[in-house]
Design a protein around this ligand. Sequence first.
Ligand SMILES: Cc1cc2nc3c(=O)[nH]c(=O)nc-3n(C[C@H](O)[C@H](O)[C@H](O)COP(=O)(O)OP(=O)(O)OC[C@H]3O[C@@H](n4cnc5c(N)ncnc54)[C@H](O)[C@@H]3O)c2cc1C
Length: 361
Amino acid sequence: MYDFLVVGAGPSGSRFARSAAEAGRDVLVLESGEIGRPLACSGHVSLDVWEFVPDDARDRLRQNEIYGARFHLGGADSPSHPFYKETVVSNAIDRVGLDETLAECAREVGATVRTGHTVTGVTERTDRVEIEANGPDGIERFEAKLVCGADGPRSRVRSQLGLPEPDELLHGVLGFDPEPDHDDFVDVHLTVPRFFAWRIPRGEAGVEYGLAVEPGEDASGRFEELVADYGADIDRRCSGAIPIGPPDRTTGRRSFLVGDAAGQTKPFTGGGILYGMRAADVAARTIDPERPSTTEEYERAWRSELGRDQTIGKVIRAGYSLPEPIQRAGMRAFSGEIGVHMDRPTSLFSTEQLRAMLSWK
Ligand SMILES: Cc1cc2nc3c(=O)[nH]c(=O)nc-3n(C[C@H](O)[C@H](O)[C@H](O)COP(=O)(O)OP(=O)(O)OC[C@H]3O[C@@H](n4cnc5c(N)ncnc54)[C@H](O)[C@@H]3O)c2cc1C
């Protein structure tokens, strides 16, 4: 019987597996496909990501350094309002490589990671959890003291255990133009209802175009308009779901969710790589497999770690739907150098942000 069976080897599952195995737990990770594939993510992350991978992985994973974002209320040729720092704010990274690196880190400290195993059944018993998976040799059964659902936005673990769904699931679409681009800025277009479209220069890896929309909106049609507007030549595309708004509960009697499965994303960008890994560390620190009731401690602790940033993130997202004249006035008033940390909107109220605002007025 394993201490923890982790479903999903994305950033959240692999990070939890690594942290739990480092703490001496016996951990099995089951991943349905190959690690990191298929890609459905921009891999645009704050520099905090480097705290989670070995130093020697940086050069391999980093594709481009970003200093800020140009916000547009219209399309490619519309006026832009830059928000930036004098130093690097974020990186575009190789997301498949990140997942492979994190899974390797988990293996190195003793976790077992098996690919090609799709979890199809999860049953909580009084003294254990029973997990059924479909693998290369057919149906296999496993037992663990607790199950960690790190299986992404459409979590099977969540639905099997009857845990509530996130508030929303946006539909994200991405496409890549192979032409290298080392620009320092991403472009953000507030042209999509209640969210945005983007252009990310990825160095030698080309340029990524993308957007996310609510269910019922025409994601493909809007994506075609975006790339036509830029005159981009897209050679491959992909799509994925983005959960916004964490469910009221993310834990069961012998179960807990991390990452997208738990809605641990930034409401104003949909970014979840770092929130998921931070929550995974909270889970490894707070949950004791011998005392399943410690999942309640995790429920409290991850909300205390991310909750305020998620609340302010929702307010920022509401700004995407304001009438255009108000958006334009806001952009003019606040664009320029910023002090805010992209994963921590609470830093909008920091002395660094205040200093940045005073220095350019
Ligand atoms: C279009 C788009 C762009 C994005 N851009 C960014 C960005 O720039 N920056 C950022 O921070 N975030 C971004 N995100 C969000 C980011 O991709 C997620 O927040 C992140 O992947 C969450 O990691 P995770 O480990 O929780 O889940 P996932 O990465 O989804 O990993 C879940 C894993 O579980 C596996 N799995 C699923 N079901 C089963 C099963 N039944 N059995 C076994 N395995 C299973 C999957 O194969 C997968 O490997 C983007 C998302 C989308 C859709």
